[in-house]
Design a protein. Sequence first.
Length: 326
Amino acid sequence: MKTTASQLPRESATHSARSPARISVVTPVYNCAGCLEQLYERLVASLSPITDDFEILMVNDASTDECWTVIVGLAARDPRVRGINLSRNFGQHAAITAGLDKTRGEWIVVLDCDLQDRPEEIPKLYAKATDGFDVVLARRVERQDRAIRRLASRLFYRVLSYMTGTEQDGAIANFGIYHRRAIEAVCSIRESYRYFPVMVRWVGFKSTAVDVVHAPRTVGKSSYDFSKSLKLAYDVIISFSDKPLRLAVKLGMTIAALSLLLPVLIVYLVLSGDVLVAGWASVMASIWFLAGLIITLLGVVGTYLGRAFDEAKKRPIYIIKEEIDD
């Protein structure tokens, strides 16, 4: 076991002299100690018919239960299990990045640890990948989540599609199999705000989707409550789209344009005798026009300044506290 104070920028794919594993599995772990043993057994059973040359990377995102203890035990039994323990909770997608940075496989599988992403679907995804695809995404035909969560997810992806100008499918999340060249492209993006599904689409590469069975949650509960989901949606939209900026500009220009119609109304009121204060018309028209321009300028300057400030700090995406590496 080794301990590192912080995660340095990712090394090249040749950083390890060891033979690469054929398949690497990355799973972010948070408060799911009760299902990790079953996850391990089902992964081994699903991967073994494909190849004996695989590794399982479990990234503990500062769970408050016994997740890390379970991971240590699994790694002691099977050297193909590798563990990464983050110093604090950095979020699911930062944890995924930590695992991806450490993979050695030609093919990388990403799935959640709660067993809703079924390990038994991996052979189907791998078979499709061998047809010449770099990215094979798992499309959940029938999501086994609460109705309110499914509704919120559909709304989120519709807004995200509109804001980013790309087609986003609410039935697709992290689960999939990815060739190393696609993962290396994703890992080369060292931005602070991360959302793995959008990043995979952004880097391109030949991709397809395969329908899979989505299992109901049997252990624990989702860590994404309403406030966290809302924050994630906000961060993703701001990080991967400049449309809010352009909408702010349009709003400002609309207000400015409407202000040009205001004098017509004011002239009518003056002629009808309803306005008795001299200069009121010109003052009101000027205020509305300038307010529109100010909103436009603040939208432009504020958004770019905020993004530049966040990225200029160059803080690490995650910090590793402990690492189990064979």
